[in-house]
Design a protein around this ligand. Structure first.
Ligand SMILES: [Zn+2]
Length: 203
């Protein structure tokens, strides 16, 4: 497959995806070319639809379809007035899978380190609004145990000061440098159960 510019271009793009190198990219492309109707065309359509219709909810930060209400914000199963703040959607999925937590989520979309204009990208203003508007009783900071994650948690704690909401943080026991999405269920459950209050209103 060397020296075909269109294919080389696609290899470069696919190699940028997580977990894929040039070798896997070549295999994927061959598979697509050999299955134009069954795979390549539906994938093109599907990518086009996702590109056109999927956007970030400006209230909670999750992904949503443009034409539908956000299922994260309007989840009728949620009974508790707690918001868990995570860095990305993969973190939310890990926490949901562990079944330790059934409240709302707020997805920052990264950490302060990768966002220079803090409030806009990380939706911190919208987090403050949610706390006030939805009468939230506790905010759990579930950012990673990395320097960036902890700096972000501290920044959010500071931003929420005026709301007087209870703020807690996942317990130590998270391995240093540990990213939420990579933790096993047992570690996550214990981190949630033993979470510590960060302000005077103890959890
Ligand atoms: Zn939402």
């Amino acid at each position: 497959m060397q020296n075909i510019p269109e294919i080389e271009e696609l290899i470069k793009l696919i190699s940028k995806l997580p977990g894929l190198g040039p070798k896997s990219a070549r295999r994927i492309i061959l598979k697509l070319i050999n299955n134009r109707k069954e795979l390549m065309q539906p994938m093109l359509n599907s990518l086009h639809n996702v590109f056109k219709n999927i956007l970030r909810c400006q209230n909670c930060g999750t992904l949503k379809s443009e034409s539908l209400n956000c299922s994260n914000c309007e989840n009728s199963k949620i009974k508790s007035n707690i918001i868990c703040v995570v860095e990305n959607i993969a973190d939310q999925w890990s926490i949901e899978n562990s079944s330790i937590y059934q409240g709302y989520f707020h997805i920052l979309g990264g950490t302060i380190a990768d966002n220079n204009n803090k409030n806009n990208n990380l939706l911190i203003d919208s987090l403050i609004n949610r706390v006030k508007k939805d009468k939230i009783e506790e905010v759990i900071l579930a950012t990673s145990a990395t320097v960036e994650g902890q700096t972000t948690a501290f920044y959010i704690q500071d931003s929420l000061k005026k709301t007087n909401v209870k703020i807690s943080k996942l317990a130590q026991g998270l391995p240093v440098g540990g990213e939420i999405e990579n933790l096993d269920d047992g570690t996550l459950i214990s981190a949630f159960k033993n979470r510590k209050g960060l302000n005077e209103n103890k959890v």
